[in-house]
Write a protein that binds this ligand. Sequence first.
Ligand code: AMP
Ligand code: MG
Length: 329
Amino acid sequence: MAYDQELNIALMAVKKAASLCSQVQQTLITKETIIKKDKSPVTVADLGSQAVICHELQQEFGSDPIVAEEDIDTLQSNRDLSNRVHELVAGQLSKITHAQMIEAIALGKQKVDFTQRYWTIDPIDGTKGFLRKEQYAIALALVDHGQVVLGVLGCPNYAFDPNQPSGPGSIFYAAKGQGAYAQSLDTGKQRTITTDSINNSCQAKFCESVESAHASHDEHAQIATALKISAPPFRIDSQAKYAAVARGDASIYLRLPRSSSYREKIWDHAAGAAIVEQAGGRVTDFSGKPLDFTCGETLEKNVGIFATNGNIHEQVLAAIQSQINTVER
Ligand code: AMP
Ligand code: MG
């Protein structure tokens, strides 16, 4: 199958990164200490996760460019921090040297022709959820001539078994034309996932960011009212929202930025969007246009993003257009 080798490597890399991030998250002390005084646990996990994924991609697909969120600057001036990152990365990749780790992180800021083939990584999406010991995701996608052909989301706190909410987390993935899957991060057990089958938006549950600074909860509520949705919003950090839609835990994901000048980052959407689409759903911007991954690090041409189970996409689009003036944004 097309992209089989890419998928194998991507899954292996994200699993290692997820293991590193879980290890760091488990050692976070208290919410207060971290948020007020010490953000370094985030930094070490972000950079460690990026190092692991970039290194594994480089080994197998050395000529593919990578666009990742983090840069190397924080480490250059802080040897203690970089030693800690190296210790974590070496826990996953036993032979990696300090210098190779630095090189791997720096691979994420290459010059890229976004109209060609490239990988994009968010080493920890949903940092605020990570700090609260709630949801976060390790996101990796392959974009080929503007199409997201592969998406992997490691979600260490998103239970694989919905009946066992505190059980092992999940890795969600999809490759073009091959459907979408969830796998237990613990046992490797896996199953196909699909969006839910509701046809009437009044039965929908929608998800949105926990952080009200990241999306306009008020305008989402207006859209929900227009759709006659009675269920309260399902608030969950990171691209775990896309996973929620892909496996039918929610029928809609709404994301309208608060600020009209904000443009979404490619690494915050590529993996999740591919998984929803392969699970039978749809993802567009608030005008109904597909997401354009060829413009650069941001989705320059897309304002407001929503994902649905597919069936109710047009209903949601109509409600958005009746409530939100996207032209002025
Ligand atoms: P979420 O957990 O869905 O709220 O999303 C986390 C992502 O929100 C981060 O990876 C950031 O890239 C992104 N983000 C940061 N600031 C903003 C903002 N002002 N508006 C929208 N998204 C943002
Ligand atoms: Mg992110």
